[in-house]
Design a protein around this ligand. Structure first.
Ligand code: ZN
Length: 148
């Protein structure tokens, strides 16, 4: 077995997820998957690991480690199609909104606030303490339903 496959097998046995193995060996996740498949090594996705709390922690650590301050954004953006950058901005905005919701839910749990359920879809409501619906979409749907 080649050295890379041995390293992957060792890290997988230690409980590392594919994304961590890729990072430690400085290769892509796709490479990890390819080599693991060729050698019949079982590797796991991050979400397969342990408890939800552990998965959350790993996700947060991973996300922050990818957002290193020393990324030269200007240099990175040169050569990208404007449409691609626009898509990326959209993804980032969505990600920010989702992260904020996640943080607010964690905040609410920490503070022992009871979770409120959205009367339209049943998801937990976060944000302002007087918010009734989980999202603009649900607020609009409720409004439409009322006016029919
Ligand atoms: Zn809702």
């Amino acid at each position: 077995m080649e050295q890379q496959a041995k390293d992957i097998a060792r890290l997988a046995a230690e409980g590392c997820a594919r994304v961590e193995i890729a990072k430690r060996l400085s290769i892509t996740e796709t490479q990890v998957t390819r080599v693991a498949t060729e050698h019949g090594i079982r590797t796991r996705n991050m979400v397969d690991l342990a408890t939800p709390a552990e998965t959350l922690t790993r996700m947060a650590v991973q996300a922050s480690s990818h957002l290193a301050d020393d990324i030269d954004v200007q240099a990175a953006v040169i050569g990208l199609e404007p449409e691609y950058v626009a898509d990326l901005m959209h993804e980032l905005r969505t990600g920010e909104a989702e992260l904020r919701k996640l943080r607010q839910r964690l905040d609410a749990l920490q503070g022992g606030e009871p979770a409120r359920a959205c009367p339209v879809c049943g998801k937990s409501v976060t944000g302002r303490s007087d918010a009734v619906y989980c999202s603009t979409a649900c607020r609009v749907n409720a409004h439409r339903a009322r006016n029919h």
